[in-house]
Design a protein around this ligand. Structure first.
Ligand SMILES: Nc1nc2c(c(=O)[nH]1)N[C@H]1C(S)=C(S)[C@@H](COP(=O)(O)OP(=O)(O)OC[C@H]3O[C@@H](n4cnc5c(=O)[nH]c(N)nc54)[C@H](O)[C@@H]3O)O[C@H]1N2
Ligand SMILES: Nc1nc2c(c(=O)[nH]1)N[C@H]1C(S)=C(S)[C@@H](COP(=O)(O)OP(=O)(O)OC[C@H]3O[C@@H](n4cnc5c(=O)[nH]c(N)nc54)[C@H](O)[C@@H]3O)O[C@H]1N2
Ligand SMILES: [Mo]
Length: 804
């Protein structure tokens, strides 16, 4: 989130689209209700299903799953055509007036630079026209035909209400009603907040769904505002911490990137990752990349990392391609993987195309599961009849189960969706032989290190040079690891201007501004610098005082970066430093400094200096045109799901689905067609269960005892299916059987001249636990992922339904 949970209460309009907050985030959703009840906010829901969130909304309208880019692009067009945007904000704080290169183009569904053989774009042309000094050219009058504003207008001009309604199946009047709700927040003293999660991310166009919404927020002047922003309601309680700490295969802590094989030395790597400002005088905070990186290497390798050996650069792995989970299971399926350590992950249940996952695991020599529970994955080799029809005698994989604790059985911090690091304390000892995750991993590490020391082995440096100065090396305390993530001074840190000592050798750092690229500081995760200072554990603070009434509670826990609660909050004030809306005053300029209800997100620059508020971007501006970042284009474009009920893309039949999505040849061949699989399948969760664990708990098993699917009344009638019948739902990859819930909540939609029906499929069942056994929903889903994040397309695929 750029904002945070409590801040949702400040919104005038809460739009739940691409998620079902009342059901999946029932505790956080209270802030949407606070906005509604205490603030007179409107709550609107756009979802293929009439959800529990819709049941408390002021307005609901349906949408065909996988068509949100068309819908949101239509909203952009409406705002532009009806002059419903904050013009001053757009001109001062977005890249609307920057000029794009002449060789950039878009035609018939493809942007310039497409390489069809590798399904990849060369993004060179998606950039600004630069002047002699390397700065982007601008046209402050917004008349240049290639300024971002005019290219944007042209790009979205196709998304008229008729086109939106034709692609999305949303009735045209409903669509216009939504546009009117949103347009009403374009004035300076109104904000809108979109609450989204998987209904947007789990698509082959997931990241662009979110970008389109972010562009709306820029037009409305909502970024940086209390009650505005871009707010992902995240999933598992510490999944924000997972991305913060760089646990994705191409990441390093603090949103740095793991080097790739084209970066053989430190200089090449740093040059590629340290941007230069694209407009004169910008903060360009990523310009500090070398400080973050070198400090991280000092945390990893301590005294072993020196200037002479480029801080141990050679010891980091260099990727040749992405090793996301889709790629990894593909390699496993090709027999290229020997062993798999599976920690807190149940891929048999949670990953697409379950039969492919089972086939892949069957090719391993060994599998290690680290989990408090028995899972479908640890027992993937068992036969459970139709639900898991395997022959154990043919599976040679050796499985090791290492029982672990769960988060409530250890101290630690959890980062919530709002970037707050909240310390928590152990609630109970673990049962039986369970060890906590750190102890298991450290135990494996120290045994491997001993083997390297006594027997040698390939690439020993990484293992032998790793710093491991914990009091109990086989079980590092969470407190020690947290202090290491924050970082400390390895030598006295001095102010380059005055020579004064800022941090004494050995002391914890208070801010990432104290980081150095000369090896005198260490920090495991630069964005966490400030979480454990000389004053102690900031994450454990519990002062909920809220003097501004905006809910920022600066004394409660600690938020990255630097305890700032609302990112880009410089944009909450106009160029002269005056808040757009007095009642949402986050920061303001008092003539000498910035201050207010939040930690100012800015350099110390005074108003009027043209320093843009989006300090992480080299141009300092919010991007309506995303230069060189997104995989499939600088503007969002509607592409159909890989399994489309239309069999075409109404906008450009030659380019139907995302041309840069993650997909492998065999999986493309396993895609079903709408002639055999005429209905849209979509999967989701229920409040009464948490994924695949709660079927181990009797009370949850009682609350939602049995796998079911939801089917609209019209379709059920035409197929002769009654409430409570058992039905078979099949895709081109397999089938499941479940009870039918016949409902008015899922409507038949009119799309591109045909009727489109949706089948709703909750995800929670399997063959482990105390609940009644059920089929695994992911037997049905396709093995294809978003082009930027590789998140699987769980929300839109094709199925058939029959009564059995
Ligand atoms: N009780 C409970 N809570 C949970 C979880 C749980 O298992 N149980 N899981 C947690 C996790 S890990 C996560 S990631 C979050 C997920 O939180 P959500 O994303 O809110 O959860 P889903 O149930 O997957 O809901 C997605 C919603 O998007 C709608 N949808 C599907 N496709 C589209 C589309 O193309 N466009 C639009 N506009 N809407 C669409 C679906 O109909 C559904 O209502 O929930 C978390 N909270
Ligand atoms: N079709 C379809 N598939 C989906 C989704 C969907 O909407 N539709 N949603 C996707 C999403 S958003 C998610 S997040 C995934 C979730 O997929 P998974 O993460 O695979 O599933 P979970 O059951 O949440 O958790 C995995 C295991 O973590 C264990 N665990 C809990 N606490 C700890 C701990 O402290 N340490 C260790 N080592 N283990 C622990 C649990 O016992 C559980 O067995 O599913 C994805 N799959
Ligand atoms: Mo999730």
């Amino acid at each position: 989130m750029t904002n945070h949970w409590v801040d949702i209460k400040n919104a005038d309009l809460v739009i739940v689209m691409g998620g079902n907050a009342a059901e999946a985030h029932p505790v956080g959703f209270r802030w949407a209700m606070e906005a509604k009840i205490h603030n007179g906010a409107k709550l609107i829901v756009i979802d293929p299903r009439f959800t529990r969130t819709a049941s408390v909304a002021d307005f609901y309208t349906p949408i065909r799953s996988g068509s949100d880019i068309a819908f949101l692009s239509g909203v952009l067009l409406y705002l532009i055509n009806n002059n419903k945007y904050n013009r001053e904000y757009v001109e001062a704080y977005t890249n609307a007036n920057l000029i794009v290169r002449e060789d950039y183009s878009f035609d018939d569904g493809l942007f310039s630079g497409y390489d069809a053989v590798n399904r990849k774009y060369d993004k060179t042309t998606w950039n600004y026209e630069l002047d002699e000094k390397g700065f982007a050219k601008r046209d402050l009058t917004l008349t240049h035909p290639r300024c971002v504003w005019n290219l944007l207008k042209e790009h979205v001009s196709r998304y008229t209400p008729e086109v939106v309604s034709n692609i999305c199946g949303t009735p045209k009047d409903d669509f216009i009603q939504v546009c009117e709700y949103i347009a009403a927040t374009s004035v300076k003293d109104k904000t809108a907040s979109f609450l989204y999660a998987l209904g947007w991310t789990q698509h082959s166009v997931g990241a662009q769904n979110i970008r389109t919404m972010a562009m709306i927020q820029l037009l409305l002047g909502n970024m940086g505002m209390a009650g505005g922003g871009v707010n992902a309601l995240r999933g598992h309680s510490n999944i924000q911490g997972l991305t913060d700490l760089g646990l994705l295969s191409q990441s390093l802590p603090g949103y740095m990137t793991l080097p790739n094989e084209k970066q053989p030395d430190l200089q090449t790597y740093l040059a590629a990752n340290t941007p230069k400002p694209l407009l004169e005088g910008q903060v360009n905070y990523w310009g500090n990349y070398p400080k973050f990186f070198v400090s991280m290497m000092k945390a990893f390798f301590g005294d072993k990392a020196t200037a002479e050996n480029s801080w141990g650069y050679d010891w980091l792995p260099k990727w040749d391609k992405g090793y996301d989970v889709l790629q990894y299971f593909e390699m496993m399926n090709q027999g290229k993987v020997n062993g798999y350590l599976c920690q807190g992950f149940n891929p048999v249940a949670s990953f697409p195309n379950k039969n492919k996952v089972i086939a892949s695991l069957s090719k391993l020599k060994f599998l290690v599961t680290i989990d408090p529970l028995n899972t479908e994955t640890s027992n993937f080799w068992q036969n459970h009849g139709e639900i898991n029809d395997v022959d154990p005698s043919k599976i040679q994989t050796e499985v090791f189960r290492l029982p672990s604790t769960c988060f409530a059985e250890e101290n630690g911090s959890i980062v919530n969706s709002g970037r707050w690091l909240q310390w928590h304390w152990k609630g109970a000892d673990a049962p039986g032989e369970a060890l906590n995750d750190g102890e298991i991993l450290a135990g494996i590490f120290s045994r491997m290190r001993h083997m390297y020391q006594s027997e040698g082995g390939a690439l020993p440096e990484q293992v032998l040079n790793m710093t491991w100065n914990y009091q109990t090396p086989d079980n590092p305390a969470p407190e020690e690891v947290a202090m290491e993530s924050n970082g400390k001074a390895l030598q006295d840190v001095v102010d380059p201007a005055t020579g004064a000592v800022l941090v004494k050798k050995g002391q914890q750092l208070s801010s990432f501004a104290q980081l150095r690229d000369d090896g005198t500081t260490s920090s495991g995760c630069w964005i966490f610098a400030g979480s454990w200072t000389p004053d102690g554990n900031q994450m454990a603070r519990r002062d909920n005082a809220d003097p501004s009434g905006l809910g920022n509670t600066l004394g409660w826990a600690w938020a990255w970066p630097l305890n700032r609660r609302i990112l880009y909050n410089r944009a909450s004030a106009d160029p002269a430093g005056k808040p757009w809306d007095e009642k949402r005053r986050l920061i303001s300029w008092d003539g000498a400094k910035w201050s207010g209800a939040d930690i100012a997100d800015y350099s110390t620059a005074a108003p009027g200096t043209d320093v843009g508020p989006f300090i992480m971007q080299p141009e300092g501006l919010g991007r309506l045109f995303a230069i060189d970042k997104m995989a499939e284009g600088p503007f969002p474009e509607h592409y159909e799901p890989f399994e489309t009920p239309l069999g075409t893309n109404p906008l450009h039949p030659n380019v139907v689905s995302n041309p840069a999505a993650r997909v492998f040849k065999g999986d493309l061949e396993a895609m079903g067609k709408h002639d055999k699989f005429p209905y849209v399948g979509t999967t989701y969760r229920l409040t009464e269960h948490f994924h695949y664990w709660t079927k181990h708990a009797v009370l949850n098993a009682i609350a939602q005892p049995e796998q079911f699917i939801e089917i609209g009344e019209k379709l059920a009638n035409s197929l002769g299916i009654a409430h409570g019948d058992t039905v078979k739902v099949s895709s081109n990859r397999g089938f499941i059987k479940a009870k039918a819930v016949v409902t008015k909540r899922i409507r038949q939609l009119d799309v591109n001249g045909q009727k489109v029906d949706t089948i709703g499929i909750p995800i929670h069942w399997g063959y482990e636990g105390v609940a009644k056994k059920g089929f695994i929903a992911n037997t049905l889903t396709p093995f294809v992922g978003d082009a930027n994040t590789q998140t699987p397309e769980f929300k839109a695929f094709l199925v058939n339904v029959e009564k059995v």
